[in-house]
Design a protein around this ligand. Structure first.
Ligand SMILES: [Zn+2]
Length: 292
């Protein structure tokens, strides 16, 4: 991974003497990070902060910098070798290690192994879903890192590579706490894939976008809602903001629908919808969720 960080030794190896480094610093082509280390102006700020602190980016911040979706509340976590003097900065947490570590970013495996023992369970599953869904870490490597600790194995048991966004993971975990099983990314004929299907007909859709910025997606989702209702589905749609700030309300709406047993096809649906040709193949919905 290119970090935009260079040690004095590396700059020398590329033919830059002291005078060249001074000129580069004067023109802004290089910035001094700490003793013996420099960076390009384009270097990622979090990597530079980690280097200034005395180590390298690790944990969720390192996973995020390598393409994973993560919950941002954790702050920047930095791996620092025992005995190194640390520059304490707000929002930076230190993970001490007996090994020597240079500035930069932990590998995905190293960062994940650190996160297992550090961040809360929900944040860990969000990151692992994202690593799996985006193909950042192959299933066999995911298994190798997570399979060695009890906590990692619990994450493996509930992770879902189908989850296309962190908010989908949060919804799934919240439903799971109420013992509600939701199938993710289910294909409904005439509509396409929905984020979650509960029972036969309760659909939950999570909007991972800001509608001001993606008008086309906003319009398309309203069209999908209309088609789902036409086919007899009950649709709960939640925005990114609603999931992040008020997930309990989203889940409570789903639980109310389930308590009224409106997540099941009823005889009237079978008769009326099959006449209109809209009812989905019931043979695919034989499984049952635990009652809440
Ligand atoms: Zn950490």
């Amino acid at each position: 991974m290119q970090t935009g960080l260079f040690s004095t030794r590396l700059l020398r190896a590329h033919g830059m003497g002291r005078a060249d480094v001074r000129r580069a610093l004067a023109t802004g082509a290089l910035r001094r990070v700490r003793r013996g280390w420099y960076c390009l102006p384009s270097a990622a700020p979090e990597v530079v902060i980690a280097a200034q602190a005395g180590g390298r980016l690790t944990c969720l911040a390192a996973l995020k910098s390598q393409g994973a979706w993560t919950l941002d509340s954790a702050g920047l976590h930095v791996r620092v070798a025992d005995g190194v003097s640390v520059l304490h900065q707000p929002g930076v947490r230190i993970h001490w290690t007996p090994n020597r570590v240079g500035p930069g970013v932990d590998s995905v495996e190293e960062a994940l192994a650190t996160a297992i023992a550090c961040v809360d369970f929900r944040a860990l599953v969000v990151a692992v879903d994202s690593l799996a869904n985006r193909g950042i870490l192959a299933p066999v490597r995911l298994q190798a890192v997570l399979g060695v600790t009890p906590r990692g194995r619990r994450v493996l048991a509930v992770h879902d590579p189908q989850a296309e966004s962190g908010i989908e993971t949060l919804i799934r975990l919240a439903l799971r706490r109420h013992r509600v099983r939701a199938r993710s990314q289910v294909v409904i004929p005439g509509v396409g894939r929905v984020d979650f299907l509960i029972g036969d007909r309760l659909v939950i859709e999570a909007d991972g976008y800001d509608w001001h910025g993606d008008r086309a997606a906003f319009e398309r989702d309203r069209e999908r809602d209309r088609e789902l209702v036409r086919r007899g589905y009950v649709v709960i749609r939640a925005s990114y903001r609603q999931v992040m700030s008020n997930l309990d309300d989203v889940v409570s709406a789903a639980l109310d629908v389930i308590r009224r047993r409106e997540h099941r096809w009823r005889a009237i649906h079978r008769t009326q919808l099959s006449e209109s040709g809209c009812l989905i193949d019931l043979s695919s919905t034989k499984w049952r969720i635990p009652e809440s």
